[in-house]
Design a protein around this ligand. Structure first.
Ligand code: DP6
Length: 330
């Protein structure tokens, strides 16, 4: 198959409201549970893939050559695409993350979703969204969800080959005018990456099994809240899912603690907003930043309250965004 053209794709990051934290297969990145997320219109990745006659794969990330580990992860991912397309050529991958400077929010979710789409198209393949989701998942579990826009559910799947461990859009959430306000907390020492942290939690945390057992009920509750457009119910699920995930990680040995004092200050600000009548609910990923789910009409007030929390350096207001797509004019 000929594959000389260069293709650019963009993808938004996604924030899980019911978290993925644990794998049933590490090699294929098969999740131990499902998850449920919202794809954002901001904080995404734009990636161009061009297959050429280079001796090895090369990657430019945010204007600079990527490190060896990052390039190796991308090259291993491209090997899957090459095998599928029966292509031997190496590639130049150029990727830009649209995140505020030094925020530490760069996301493997939007990164591998954009890479899956750009690389398959540049290799001459036309995969379905489900096939793209399964492919993106091998790069990073959360990337399977960024193939789709809006509210998305990721299935745990049962098959050993992972063909059913894919995401699907939840159209019942379409057009719901919510926002995620991302509070950027002053960055501390670099925490453990999610892949290593999940494995460590599963191996050493006495709470891991209880965490895994709690997820299917949270997914059912989140789906029902979405169908009813009940923000208070969806927010309650999101908070408990994040807190249980972090509790499992904190109980690992040695402990994994992603929070800093500003994380707690932002949590307190959200609880104060709620006590004063604003529907605002937090979630936290494998880092110290706090993401707050609220109505569009309340987003500015939520951002003002979060900016006033000690240690919060900035806020980004994100809306629901589209799934991964090819852009014609890079
Ligand atoms: C806390 O998808 O980054 O953000 O599959 O190992 O690449 P790998 O992990 P990743 O983990 C995401 C963890 C999370 C929760 C979530 O997004 O569901």
């Amino acid at each position: 198959m000929s594959a000389s053209s260069s293709v650019t794709a963009v993808a938004g990051t996604n924030i899980a409201l019911v978290k993925y934290w644990g794998k049933r297969d590490v090699g294929l990145n098969l999740p131990a549970t499902g998850s449920l997320s919202l794809t954002l219109d901001r904080l995404g990745t734009r990636t161009t893939v061009a297959f050429d006659d280079g001796e090895r794969d090369r990657m430019i990330l945010d204007g600079k050559p990527a490190g060896a580990a990052e390039t190796a992860r991308v090259s291993a991912f491209l090997d899957r695409v090459r095998a599928r397309a029966e292509l031997a050529r190496r590639a130049l991958v150029t990727s830009e993350n649209s995140v505020p400077t030094a925020a530490g929010l760069a996301s493997s979710a939007s990164g591998f979703a954009a890479l899956a789409l750009a690389a398959t198209r540049a290799a001459g393949l036309e995969l379905s969204s489900s096939e793209l989701s399964a492919l993106a998942r091998v790069g990073s579990g959360s990337a399977a969800r960024s193939i789709f826009g809006g509210f998305v559910e990721m299935a745990r799947g049962e098959r050993p080959d992972g063909a059913d461990a894919i995401a699907r859009p939840l159209p019942e959430g379409d057009g719901w005018d919510v926002r995620l306000v991302v509070a950027i907390t002053a960055s501390g020492p670099k925490a453990m990456g999610s892949t290593a942290a999940m494995t460590h939690t599963a191996r050493t945390s006495p709470y891991h099994e209880a965490w895994i057992a709690s997820v299917p009920g949270d997914i059912a509750a989140a789906r029902a809240a979405l169908a009813a457009r009940d923000l208070a119910a969806l927010g309650a699920v999101a908070e408990r899912s994040a807190l249980r995930m972090h509790a499992a990680a904190m109980a690992a040995d040695p402990a994994i603690i992603y929070w800093n004092p500003a994380t707690l200050a932002a949590i307190a600000a959200v609880r104060a907003l709620r006590a004063a009548g604003t529907l605002a609910f937090f979630t936290i990923d494998a880092g110290p930043h706090v993401k707050v789910l609220c109505r569009a009409a309340d987003a500015d007030a939520v951002a003002i309250a979060l900016r006033a929390a000690p240690g919060v350096s900035d806020c980004v207001i994100a809306a629901p965004g589209p799934g991964a797509r090819v852009v014609e004019n890079p």
